[in-house]
Design a protein. Sequence first.
Lengths: 551, 76
Amino acid sequence: MANPSAVCNGHLHHHHQKQNNLLKSGIYKKNGITKGMKKNGISNGTLYKKTFIEHFEQAPMYVAVLTFLGFGVGTVFGYLRDFMRAWGLEKRNVATEREQQKDFVPLYQDFENFYTRNLYMRIRDNWNRPICSVPGPQFDLMERVTDDYNWTFRFTGRTIKNVINMGSYNYLGFAETDVNALKTVTIELEKYGTGICSTRQEMGTLDKHVELEQLVAKFLGVEDAMVFGMGFATNSMNIPALVGKGCLILSDELNHTSLVLGARLSGATIRIFKHNNMQSLENLLRDAIIYGQPRSRRAWRKILILVEGIYSMEGSIVHLPEIVSLKKKYKAYLYLDEAHSIGAVGATGRGVVEYFGMSPDDVDVLMGTFTKSFGAAGGYIAGKKDLVDFLRTHSHSAVYATSMCPPVAEQIIRAMKCLMGLDGTTQGLQRVRQLGKNTRYFRRRLHEMGFIIYGNDDSPVVPLLLYMPGKIGAFARRMLEKNIGVVVVGFPATPITESRARFCVSAAHTREMLDTVLNALDELGDFLHLKYSRYSKSSHPELYEETRLED
Amino acid sequence: MDVKRVKDNIYWLYYQYLLITCSYVLEPWEQSMFHTITVTVFAMVVYTAYVFVPIHVRLALEFFSQIFGGQPESSV
């Protein structure tokens, strides 16, 4: 994409670009709207050390109309089928009550599951597909067929081999079965076994955990860290330990369920700000400080801002410099969930903090998971020593949940040592660089082909918009026929008009695999008519320069 | 070979219709029902247009030319 940097006053001025499609012609050479140019006399451009380009293009209006039409047809037929089921014209496959309990309070609310029963069931074969190999860049799939339109499945016994994996969060390619790579893990497995059978506070703290925590702290550049057995539980069990009643949580619109659950369990007041919108956040902060708690008007005990590094459904990266400057101005605390961004962004894979060139002391609570980039399971919370010591005694997960098992801890240790270069090779850095190259190549080719892609140019999560409900099933099935496995997402997880296919680029993907996928996408995009973008090279070839400065 | 291309084109158009109206996800008997209804409605629209539109357009043109022209029209 055209990327001009203006020279002004004799030094290079990098702007913060955001592409909107409010105008219809000649948009390429024009910079997007720079947000909030003057903030307290400081231009926004100086907060960002490199260009920050995000795309959230809107599709033409007819697409939204046709999407609603499609959902309308589905709803009408849903009502028809429900009517037939209620009057006994068709066999009922959902849970129903027994005859003797018909007059009791109903146990199963029929209408609530309307969408699941009538729309999701019809295309259910695209989800929960069992795989039978390691989820590396390619995997094997168990073949299954259905005789009654997805209500039940049966396995044919065959496996589909070497399906290209575009859905696993295997960003750095550490999900591998190479014997040499897993040597230390096998040693630890033979030494410790697999079970811990205790919680951290009783007998579940092993020397492996201490070693891992020190390594995580060193990796992130903070004082101390604590690891937990499950990534989801890290969020949902530790936020209640940090905030309680009388505190205020400001959480992003599109936060993950684990953050929402943790916030609700804590009992604090929750206010939502628009996704990545700093004006909205600042307004909420000002209101919180000016008006205080709702009835008593006392000051809030604590204000905690909950954001994620990379949002997995949008592919957007948090505006960290602006949030940190806001937090310092209004004296709030920041909780950063780097589940998808740790290992995946940043020059050496240390996450969004490094990506923006900031210091980890700016963020109060750094949280992340080992499930995505490290090929293991579990989560961590890192920060100042006081914070982590407090969590060791007060976290629900530390008191009640089993700790991480030793072979998994060893896998994380070896992956982290590889990333930091402590194993004597440059393999870690090569993986991070390969991921960056793959991401940029994949996104650039998809933009050129004319698909609508959301998110930041540097994020390895690539959502491709499908919009219409009929295309969700067609897309996933046809990609599987071409031996490519993709993840499609529809209504409850995304807004109703914006269903999408989400690709996760991995460092383990070779250029040939990406080219295979891109060619298949090109063909399928023409066949299913998915190329809605009005700003791509294919729709306006004369406006693109021929010289290109990147790889 | 042109016949094959035409057939492929028609199949592609039919497939687009299936995707857009979300009848791709319906079971076969539901699809038949939906196609019958759609074709019936479409046929009725075409018939109505064919019967009514030319006459009404001619009457409208006569009405407007009377207002703007105001000249006596020959009855040809």
